[in-house]
Design a protein around this ligand. Sequence first.
Ligand code: PDD
Length: 308
Amino acid sequence: MHGLGRDDRVILLTSPMTSMRICWLNGEFVAEDSAKISIFDRGVLFGDGIYEVAAVVNGRLLDADLHLVRLTRSLAAVGIAMVQSAAAWLEIMQTLATRNGIVEGLVYLQVTRGVAEREFPFPANVPPTMFAYARPKALTNDPNAVGVRAHVVPDLRWARRDIKSTSLLAQVLAKQAARAAGAFEAIMHDEGIVTEGGSSTIWIVQHGTLVTRPLSNDILAGITRDVTLQLAAALKRPVVERAFTLDEALDAEECFLTSATSLVLPITQIDDRNIGSGQPGPVTAALRDAYIARAIELTTAPVLAVSA
Ligand code: PDD
């Protein structure tokens, strides 16, 4: 019998759980193998849906309220009804983390336009399909914190990247290309201008200043991006929100990504080029530490009882 090595631990933390997992589908908590949806669901037929991914730290949701604000915005942008309150979603998400014993990980939720005959325009009077599940993942102790490689690909997506749509084929292809190139993340660009990571926000550090793309229809308004901006301000680190080029990223002192699934993660190599020293830089490390400290503080604070 061999001991538990680092790679074993990664596999244990990231592999899907067995049929013991409890999921939530259209109002019911059900075992994973009973959580079934129709082949006529518009999420399946058209990718006609919206999703969110929120982190769990110390068994508690992190910034899930902000994710639900974005869910409300994305649903409104595509005309899908928000048929249950943010408070109801919060309770479902927390219950999934608790019932599945997730100490550190992610909660995923999806809302589709529902089940109908395959016609492109919206069906009338069809309730949205809603589901959610939780999975374990190492976040505060992520082995990738030593730095990851990114691979550059053209951004093939549509023009409303601010909507967190389940139509993710372009990102699937981008991230598969990254994996084939031995990289952890894809850096997507539009004619040499960086848009985003395949599933993350991209940042660079130039002359000690943080640079990230301003919010617009061109990128998703990352929740981790927003919190990182607040932490940068608290650390008195200058920030400029502007578009930047691939060449600037290659020549940057530091490069990193932010997302609910990776928090703040150093990108130490873009394709075959080392970024800065090729090691995680001090600005990225300080932001990752600050992010984790905040996450631990928020998820260990006593829960205030709401008085009548
Ligand atoms: N993706 N940009 C894109 C294209 C993303 O898909 C994501 C997140 C982000 C970062 O957003 P946030 O900080 O709110 O996680 C930016 C999620 C994690 C996913 O698809 O799995």
